[in-house]
Design a protein around this ligand. Structure first.
Ligand code: ADP
Ligand code: MG
Length: 244
């Protein structure tokens, strides 16, 4: 999927300044950069949770022009193809773990309940949470809750999983549980876009890295060169040093 010449302002704040990016399929693209640089705004554009003011978005058969009205049909199709995972999990507090994972498949995809449950159990096993089906979100650690959120996103079979600082709220030990799951998904060639401040993880998982600052793309390419001590861009070297 691909964004071209995207602009977005909030009042006088020109948050995305004519950015163009492509997010390859079956790869993990990692976005890094200082707070307030526009990373979440980019991710929200990919999910159409936030609409840019102008620019184009190409995704499979969809060619969206943000200077024109995006139809509900287009919104639904893009949202189904992009599963979002947030920093604060956003689980339904009054649903069990299993209830959280089958909600989308039964309500939106109209899957039969038995089928949704079978898939959910497989996914919970995959994220290391077999046996937690009947727990409620407030009975889980942050790391467990985030793994449920990942299983819930996967249950919709989206083409891309978009993760916005998925481990920023977690203690290091719990963070590792979540990162292990994401490394496994990357290994399985799940298409992902991940915003993270964890440079060690970024270096391990990224097939492609994007550095965003002040709503502009300062780097878009090979992680090896990005993380190299010989990276000619001093700003990027300083950023990485400040994060590690
Ligand atoms: P990041 O995720 O890199 O920290 P964001 O994309 O959240 O950055 O924010 C980029 C800029 O847009 C910031 O200056 C932020 O204050 C502003 N911004 C983001 N969302 C809104 C909003 N809903 N209303 C007004 N300003 C916003
Ligand atoms: Mg953000």
């Amino acid at each position: 999927m691909k964004l071209t010449n995207i602009n977005k302002s909030f009042g006088d704040n020109h948050v995305l300044q004519d950015i163009s990016l492509d997010f390859p399929e079956h790869k993990t693209t990692v976005m890094v950069g200082p707070s307030g640089s526009g990373k979440s705004t980019i991710l929200r554009s990919l999910n159409l949770l936030g609409m840019p003011d102008s620019g184009h978005y190409d995704f499979d058969d969809f060619h969206l022009d943000f200077s024109q009205k995006i139809t509900n049909k287009q919104k639904l199709a893009v949202r189904r193809s992009t599963g979002m995972v947030f920093q604060d999990y956003n689980l339904f507090p009054n649903h069990t773990v299993l209830g959280n994972v089958i909600e989308g498949p039964t309500q939106v995809l109209k899957q039969p309940r038995e089928q949704a449950i079978a898939t959910a159990k497989d996914l919970l096993n995959k994220v290391g949470l077999s046996g937690y089906e009947k727990h409620y979100p407030n009975q889980l650690s942050g790391g467990q809750a985030q793994r449920v959120a990942i299983a819930r996103a996967l249950a919709m079979h989206p083409k891309y999983i978009l993760l916005d600082e998925p481990t920023s709220a977690l203690d290091p030990e719990l963070e590792q549980e979540v990162l292990r799951v994401l490394l496994q998904l990357a290994h399985e060639k799940q298409s992902m876009v991940v915003v993270t401040h964890n440079m060690i993880f970024a270096q391990r998982v990224a097939n492609k890295i994007i550095f965003v600052e002040h709503g502009q793309i300062l780097y878009d390419g090979d992680p090896k060169e990005f993380f190299s001590p010989d990276n000619p861009n001093e700003r990027i070297r300083k950023f990485i040093a400040s994060m590690t």
